[in-house]
Design a protein around this ligand. Structure first.
Ligand code: G4P
Length: 540
């Protein structure tokens, strides 16, 4: 601590503050989000490739059948060819440190994606040029709006026949309410992607195809005159459409972008590596750097304060060789140094950060120092749960993460009663990781908890892990409930007598009432107007 009588300590503190602020200013922490199949994994590979983290696309991510990927830690992922896990990839680009947080591809794991969105400062929304706005696109736009996350929109797959570019802009505007402000405009219709017009300076970025998009595609920058000479009418059309956009006020504006009113748009083909370098440039130039995060009382924790972070994801079994448990934290203030002992806010207990890693799928690397915006994977984090705050020196508690409204429910029962201890341990862990929400009721008792999920595939993950990781095979009996509402101790006795309803409790003490249908709930609410039933945040 610095004091007025200790000039050396004061200058050390000043130097640390300057370092933290400078490091935070060059961080860009974001996630790529989209409806499944819009090209998220492909774009992630392409971004990493551009930043030269990997030599050839395909080494980071991929689907079943593609070359070795990092997200196939789980047999289920391999079998289904989907990515369930998420972690962060850090790389340098220009003078910036980019943290790219991975999100699961399947809509059934949307809860996981939403948690990742609590840890980013911006999002890249991918839209399939042929499909336009899809259901998950709309939900994710809504979540970003709810959380105040600025969104950069990328129209992907422009190499394939698709919708008209102006119509797509219209769709974004009318259906999301965001004003699209294209920074680039395609030269050539969807399916004839020649390059983009850079609307900031009128130049032409011409793309060259590479074999299978496996290496960085060379880009050539030409003047408007040279572009006209080379592309003729196709260039003229792009210029005219861009002018039309200008007339309607679709110009990038940093303040409306940061306020979530407008969204800059880029056109790309992730699979051919077209427009990917430009996306990185836009992230560096326009995406926000970390800013002070408000605590539970709404007071921002200044970046230069001592270390603080929160757990946005807990994951076990990522590495079959080491059955460990990782807690992913996002640093909010100060400097993280491996080995430091931090305090877990909920329990007040110390946590030693001896093993701190940077994790992206199967790749792991020890991390020694991290700054605001960075993601650190803490190994052996069995004491940490999703949403937990960590700090050193000055206590802070960040707001809890939303838990989403479950829509599918099943009773979990142990298959072999001799494995009760393993059963309890497994259930506890899945709950604290947020794999499923674990609910108990007086009616069923501790031995038959109800698993509640947003997407049914979460059941499969839970069942698979109970058996393979904890050695406690379970059976799942699906329940007829379709919706849940938050209630309180006063209303619970009344609700537990209602037909088609069951009162259950979350581990954190929240009381929920489950209903078989909306009509039963509606008519009960009408007859019992004093009963508390609050909707939960909808995830799907
Ligand atoms: P996701 O993570 O969002 O679910 O999407 P992913 O990257 O896995 O891409 C989904 C499919 O779309 C893949 O094809 C991928 O190759 C293709 N794709 C991604 N970006 C582009 C693009 O810019 N242009 C075109 N034409 N296709 C693109 P797939 O057949 O499902 O898999 P694969 O066998 O090609 O790997």
């Amino acid at each position: 601590m610095s004091t007025a009588t200790d000039p050396d300590a004061a200058s050390t503190d000043a130097a640390t503050t300057a370092t933290v602020l400078a490091e935070a200013a060059r961080r860009r922490t974001f996630a790529v989000i989209s409806h499944p199949d819009a090209g998220k994994s492909t774009l992630t590979e392409a971004l990493a490739l551009h930043a030269r983290v990997i030599g050839q696309a395909g080494a980071v991510h991929g689907k079943a059948g593609r070359r070795g990927t990092v997200s196939d830690w789980m047999d289920m992922e391999k079998a289904r060819g989907i990515s369930i896990t998420s972690a962060a990839l850090q790389f340098s680009y220009r003078d910036t440190v980019v943290n790219l947080l991975d999100t699961p591809g399947h809509a059934d794991f949307s809860e996981d994606t939403y948690r990742v969105l609590t840890a980013v400062d911006a999002a890249v929304m991918l839209i399939d040029a042929a499909k336009g706005l899809e259901p998950q696109t709309m939900k994710l736009f809504a979540v970003c709006k709810h959380r105040g996350i600025p969104v950069i929109t990328v129209i992907n797959k422009w190499d394939r026949p698709g919708l008209d570019a102006l119509e797509l802009m219209d769709e974004v505007q009318t259906r999301t309410g965001l004003t699209p402000t294209p920074l680039t405009w395609p030269v050539g219709i969807a399916g004839d992607f020649r390059g983009v017009l850079d609307r900031t300076d009128g130049s032409y970025h011409r793309f060259t195809r590479t074999a299978g998009g496996a290496t960085v595609a060379p880009e050539e920058t030409l003047s408007a005159e040279a572009a006209l000479a080379r592309e003729g009418d196709v260039w003229t059309t792009a210029v005219e459409e861009s002018e039309l956009l200008e007339a309607t006020g679709a110009q990038h504006d940093e303040s409306t972008f940061l306020a979530g009113i407008s969204t800059p748009v880029l056109f790309a083909s992730a699979v051919s590596n077209f427009g990917v370098g430009m996306l990185l440039d836009v992230l560096v130039e326009h995406a926000p750097h970390p800013t002070p995060r408000p605590d539970q009382k709404g007071e921002p924790r200044p970046l230069e304060e001592p270390f603080s972070a929160f757990v946005f994801k807990v994951q076990a079994g990522m590495d079959t060789a080491h059955r460990d448990r990782l807690a992913f934290i996002r640093v909010c203030s100060g400097v993280f140094e491996r080995g430091m002992v931090v305090t877990a806010a909920a329990s007040g207990k110390p946590f030693a950060t001896k093993y701190a890693q940077q994790v992206f799928g199967r790749e792991r690397e020890s991390i020694d120092t991290a700054y605001p915006g960075d993601v650190v994977g803490l190994v052996n984090a069995s004491a940490l749960s999703v949403g937990e705050s960590l700090y050193s020196a000055r206590p802070v508690t960040f707001p809890p993460l939303d838990s989403f409204a479950p829509e599918h429910f099943a009773v979990a029962r142990i298959a072999d009663t001799g494995k009760y201890k393993q059963f309890r341990r497994g259930i506890g862990q899945l709950d604290s990781e947020g794999v499923v929400q674990v609910l108990v009721s007086d009616r069923r008792g501790d031995g038959a908890p109800v698993f509640a999920v947003v997407g049914p595939m979460q059941f499969e993950v839970a069942q698979h892990r109970m058996e393979t990781e904890f050695g406690a095979a379970i059976t799942l009996q699906h329940l007829d409930y379709k919706l849940a509402r938050l209630t309180d101790a006063e209303s619970a006795p009344v609700l537990s007598k209602a037909r088609g309803a069951e009162v259950v409790q979350r581990t954190n003490g929240d009381l929920l009432v489950l209903w078989t249908d909306r009509w039963a709930m509606g008519s009960f609410a009408q007859n019992n107007p004093d009963v508390t039933m609050t909707p939960l945040v909808a995830a799907s």
